[in-house]
Design a binder for this molecule. Structure first.
Ligand SMILES: C[S@@+](CC[C@H](N)C(=O)[O-])C[C@H]1O[C@@H](n2cnc3c(N)ncnc32)[C@H](O)[C@@H]1O
Length: 343
């Protein structure tokens, strides 16, 4: 079967990268085709595992909005004929609505929604249109002159990402990234439920909240006890109980157990304090100290500013960069998200 993903367009690459990373670590086998920014098609998925896949995707993905089962691929010329050839009674029970979303397309969305509804009603008995609470939602993604006609299977609830914005947490301190980016970074680390994940610059715990919510055991440490305590308060607030927090300088970090993933946003001296050292220096020392605390197949996903060149530091310590994405914050700062592993 084929699944159609409607994703956020707030970054051109991160939503696809997040999906690929989750597929990789959760062993979801499928061919991934990027139709355009915000629209991804997975094909050759076995029906047998589909319920598990839906559960995993719903629990994990930050930058995906909707997941649909693809029914039909058509175009503006064959639309009526192809829509009429589907046995809609297989998919629709009682009531339905059709919603069209455009991607680089100038088609009349309302016109096509009506047209699709009419064809479906003509071909199927005992169903009616319900625009407010349909039992089945038919999602049509229009890309240029092509139509991807699908049935909605998952609408990901984004309320958590609103409710856990840094200023809405019980313990607040400036400098915490958006929960959606934190979730994406956790996913890029290829961590799985039950794995141990560490953030050695935990601050207010933004990254650990997201890792805890997908079922990881989380460890946080920070040079300031106030932050370490604040992280614990925030984790408890979001119902995360499988955690430990430490008050440590990253340069002295020595964990009893090697971790499956490190996800972190180190300080670089602009809006957050680096203790007593310069931004580049603390990142180099962090890489050196974290290496021995990571399992051999563990990933590190970290943020850094564009003006710090990670490449030589990573290489010297014995790591390699596997993926990198830039996020333009403002005119003079691009944040680089790097996915790193041992060579
Ligand atoms: C950018 S903030 C992390 C923000 C965090 N992701 C959050 O959600 O709040 C960086 C954190 O690193 C901590 N820090 C600075 N130097 C450190 C060091 N040498 N060892 C450990 N933590 C340090 C700071 O106290 C600060 O809380």
């Amino acid at each position: 079967m084929e699944l159609l993903f409607i994703q956020s367009q707030e970054h051109p690459l991160l939503p696809q990268a997040e999906l690929k990373a989750v597929m990789e670590c959760e062993n979801i086998e499928a061919n991934l085709e990027i139709i355009t920014e915000g629209l991804v098609l997975l094909s050759d998925i076995s029906k047998e595992n589909i319920c598990d896949y839906y559960k995993i995707l719903t629990k994990r993905l930050g930058y995906t909005h909707e997941v649909h089962e693809l029914i039909l691929k058509t175009n503006v010329y064959d639309f009526d004929k192809d829509m009429g050839s589907v046995d809609w009674s297989e998919y629709i029970d009682e009531s339905f609505a059709v919603r069209v979303k455009r991607f680089h397309s100038v088609i009349d969305t309302v016109g096509y929604e009506r047209q699709a509804g009419t064809v479906i009603l003509e071909n199927c008995d005992n169903i009616k249109v319900n625009l407010t609470k349909p039992k089945t939602l038919i999602r049509i993604a229009a890309f240029e002159n092509e139509f991807y006609v699908a049935i909605e299977r998952i609408k990901l609830n984004k309320k958590h990402f609103e409710d856990s914005k840094p200023h809405k947490r019980p313990f607040f301190y400036p400098g915490s990234m958006s929960p959606k980016l934190a979730r994406c970074m956790v996913n890029l680390s290829r961590v799985k439920e039950g794995d141990l994940l560490l953030d050695p610059f935990c601050g207010t715990g933004g990254i650990l909240i997201e890792a805890g919510l997908i079922g990881c055991k989380v460890l946080g440490s920070d040079i300031f006890w106030k932050m370490k305590n604040g992280t614990a308060i925030n984790l408890e607030h979001y119902g995360i109980t499988d955690y430990r927090t430490f008050n440590l300088d990253v340069r002295e970090l020595k964990m009893y157990e090697k971790v499956a993933a490190v996800v972190t946003d180190p300080p670089y001296g602009i809006s957050t304090t680096t203790g007593d050292v310069d931004g580049g220096e603390i990142i180099k020392e962090f890489l050196e100290s974290i290496y021995d605390n990571m399992k051999d197949d563990a990933y590190l996903c970290m943020a850094s500013p564009h003006f710090i060149d990670l490449n030589p530091m990573v290489d010297e310590v014995g790591f390699e960069i596997v993926e990198q994405y830039g996020i333009k914050m403002h005119r003079s700062l691009t944040r680089i998200i790097s996915v790193i592993r041992k060579k």
